[in-house]
Design a protein around this ligand. Structure first.
Ligand code: IMP
Ligand code: MG
Length: 175
């Protein structure tokens, strides 16, 4: 059976929610500058759309992490394959992630980044799968809470495919 994608969150709904998040962040950071950290590769579409809707000054940096796991779940052993270019010292930082699943990746990363002395450190995710959480982490901004299903699109991949879909979908027809 060929893979097909069932729409879970439409393009219109994703865009509307990102606009709301942008407005909320702009209010919360009024008078400040925000430093967005994109977690590659999944966070890239979300971060670009979000940044366009934030009205306070924005700077951006990128980090690439991979966590070793059995394919469907992460182990919590996180490897930084591309580190940030800039220091976090004294900055109001928001980590921008595609999805929080077990929470292991971000649990590790928040600890690493906290030690670099940002003025503040918050976490923003497009999607949250609370049912799957094994690490207790505080998520400050959430686009959508979704059920325990494997999703693709808007930066999220299945074997590196489907990142470019402008909506969030569930892959069907996979053995
Ligand atoms: P965590 O450490 O279990 O929270 O892992 C989060 C990472 O697993 C995300 O950044 C994604 O790269 C990946 N991931 C988790 N759930 C999904 C999914 O439904 N689709 C695509 N990638 C996912
Ligand atoms: Mg990711």
């Amino acid at each position: 059976m060929a893979e097909t994608i069932k729409v879970l969150v439409s393009e219109k709904d994703v865009d509307a929610r990102i606009e709301e998040l942008g407005r909320q962040i702009s209010e919360d950071y009024a008078g400040k500058q925000v430093h967005l950290i994109c977690i590659l590769k999944g966070g890239v579409f979300f971060m670009c759309e979000l940044a366009k809707r934030i009205t306070v000054p924005v700077s951006m940096d990128f980090m690439c992490v991979s966590s070793y796991g059995d394919g469907t779940s992460s182990s919590g052993i996180v490897k930084i394959s591309k580190d940030l270019d800039e220091t976090l010292e004294g900055k109001d930082v928001i980590i921008v992630e595609d999805i929080i699943d077990s929470g292991r990746t971000l649990y590790y990363l928040m600890d690493v980044l906290e030690k670099r002395n940002p003025k503040s450190l918050k976490l923003c995710t497009l999607l949250d799968k609370p049912e799957r959480r094994v690490k207790d982490i505080t998520v400050d901004y959430i686009g959508f809470q979704i059920p325990d299903e494997f999703v693709v699109g808007y930066g999220l991949d299945y074997a590196q495919k489907y990142r470019n879909l402008p909506y969030i979908g569930v892959v069907e027809g996979v053995e």
